[in-house]
Design a protein around this ligand. Structure first.
Ligand SMILES: [Zn+2]
Length: 352
């Protein structure tokens, strides 16, 4: 670990002061493996959970290599960002007091692996084009199935099997947690996931201090905390400090544009948001916050008080997009420009 790496990692447990792109700039192709290894060591899991350290690092390096650097968004930097967010949540005493060490380790490993091998295109694209991914996984949670299968295949390699000293029960428990965690990141199930979270938060008396905790309610609560924490990490971009949020936004648009190009090449209809010439970035960002991220974070903050800082940042970022949208609408009206391509507006993003 160099001193410049240590200088960045000093802030790894904070939301406001950690910059994943600065971390990437000095770690490059070891961005994911180094941060994940560092955080697992910080939590002393190598000793307490009897992990083979060398094999864990080999595994993380293989996972990192399996992420495609050609993806502007779904790459090892995104996975590292999700790992850091996950670490932030598990440091919240209101979260960690309900979790076991194996819960926390499962969350961090699932964060590192949750998009491994991502092809840089959406599930809808694969189903529409009947790609090999869609055929293999029968149009159901196609990408999540693929990320999970890739993860466990890499874990099985002899030099990567960091669980070599674990008994079968512990391996089974870890595997079942990671499967549930990565399936929870399927955005198609977002609203049903949220509905079940609300039902649980409203109905489960074990969330009320002083009420009796049955074993069953404890197990359910642990699962809920694991799964929702990974979703909150995966969807944290709009809750990051503004300059980081904007860089993620730029990267997502660029990945969408790549998919749009591919769709044109294959003679398919270009999917919504995948054509930068007609993309309304403000509308996309505001819609994403309102429909997807805000409902998740308002539920999450009831369980994890540390989510208040990201939630406040999300509100600030949304105001930024609303102001920008208003400005754009006024300019369009005043200058009577009928169609302004929003990709031009994107150059504003780089100047902010
Ligand atoms: Zn992701």
């Amino acid at each position: 670990m160099t001193s410049s790496m240590s200088n960045i990692l000093v802030n790894v447990s904070t939301w406001e002061n950690f910059d994943i792109f600065k971390w990437y700039n000095i770690t490059k192709d070891k961005c994911l493996s180094k941060i994940t290894m560092h955080l697992i060591e910080q939590l002393h899991f190598v000793n307490t959970l009897n992990i083979n350290r060398i094999k864990l690092f080999n595994f993380l390096c293989d996972i990192e290599k399996a992420y495609h650097t050609s993806n502007p968004f779904h790459n090892a930097i995104h996975a590292s960002d999700v790992v850091q967010a996950e670490f932030y949540w598990v440091l919240d005493p209101e979260v960690s007091k309900h979790m076991t060490e194996i819960d926390i380790l499962s969350c961090l490993i699932a964060a590192a692996c949750h998009d491994v091998g991502h092809p840089g295109s959406t599930e809808a694209f694969h189903i529409k084009s009947q790609s090999d991914y869609a055929i293999t996984y029968n149009d159901a949670s196609v990408l999540e199935n693929f990320h999970l299968a890739t993860t466990f295949k890499l874990l099985k390699k002899q030099n990567n099997n960091w669980q070599c000293d674990w008994d079968i029960e512990l391996k089974r428990e870890f595997r079942s947690h990671v499967i549930s965690l990565i399936f929870a990141t399927d955005i198609n199930d977002h609203h049903s996931f949220l509905a079940s979270c609300h039902q649980y938060i409203d109905n489960d008396k074990s969330f009320i201090p002083g009420s009796p905790n049955t074993d069953e309610s404890k197990i359910l609560r642990r699962k809920l905390l694991r799964d929702i924490s990974l979703k909150a990490s995966d969807l944290s971009n709009p809750c990051r400090p503004k300059h980081i949020m904007l860089e993620w936004c730029r990267r997502l648009i660029s990945e969408f544009a790549q998919q749009g190009e591919l769709e044109k090449k294959l003679g398919l209809e270009v999917s919504p948001m995948m054509d930068p010439a007609i993309l309304d970035v403000c509308k996309m960002q505001i819609g994403f916050v309102d429909v997807v991220v805000a409902p998740l974070y308002y539920a999450w903050v009831q369980l994890a008080p540390s989510a208040q800082i990201p939630l406040n940042q999300m509100i600030d970022n949304k105001s930024f997009w609303l102001t920008k949208q208003k400005k754009e609408q006024m300019n369009k009206t005043n200058s009577l420009v009928s169609v302004t391509t929003d990709i031009n507006n994107l150059s504003d993003l780089n100047n902010l």
